[in-house]
Design a protein around this ligand. Structure first.
Ligand code: GAR
Length: 194
């Protein structure tokens, strides 16, 4: 097999999607490996989870930097130092600048908890219920300068049930997130090696 694509995962919290990527990358045939996890929040639980799984993990606290350009320059420097070729946003809750997105163009993915282009932004589960949607779900897409609007790589649909609340719905969507994100990363990683 050609060398695995080195992935960097950006998180802000729990990191369950990050864990799904790390676990999938243990597979002998998986075309990527997680080389580095970065968090803008030092208290992100996912940092300890990554280290326990043997993956390098580093906090870059946003407040330590003079502003977004300095913070993003530090992220790119850390990613480059780790030889990262593809960036996976996994519950990373900051909007990235056009410059950062351009640096990683075609090599930066995000997972979003809705059926994009529906329900961009935050609180997607609450909004799906408030709007009485019959279907909800999740999307892996390339990141572009427009929020939650880049080309779609994978989607999974979840039926909304009459007794759903936001937590129950989110839990079923999350199962699908963990299923499609590794598949989407594998698809994009294989394409990078063609
Ligand atoms: C996931 O549901 C992810 O789709 C969402 O945050 C959660 C992070 O969970 N991302 C966004 O809302 C991005 N706009 P995790 O830290 O356990 O992966």
């Amino acid at each position: 097999m050609t060398s695995r694509v080195r992935a960097g995962v950006l998180i802000s919290g729990r990191g369950s999607n990050m864990t799904a990527l790390i676990d999938a990358a243990r597979g002998a045939d998986f075309p990527a490996r997680v080389a580095l996890v970065l968090s803008d929040k030092p208290e992100a639980a996912g940092l300890a989870t990554a280290r326990a799984a043997g993956v390098a993990a580093q906090a870059l606290p946003y407040r330590d930097y003079a502003g977004k350009p300095a913070f993003e320059a530090a992220m790119t420097a850390a990613l480059e130092a780790a030889g990262v070729e593809i960036v996976c946003l996994a519950g990373f809750m900051r909007i990235l600048s056009a410059d950062f997105v351009e640096r990683w163009r075609g090599r930066i993915l995000n997972i979003h908890p809705s059926l994009l282009p529906d329900l961009k932004g935050l609180h997607t589960h609450e909004r799906a219920l408030a709007e009485a949607r019959a279907e909800h779900g999740c999307t892996v897409h390339f990141v572009t300068a427009d929020l939650d609007a880049g080309p779609i790589v994978a989607q999974a649909r979840v039926a909304v049930r009459p007794d759903d609340d936001a937590d129950r719905l989110a839990a079923r969507v999350l199962v699908e997130e963990h299923r499609i994100y590794p598949k989407a990363l594998a698809t994009v990683a294989r394409a990078l090696r063609l």
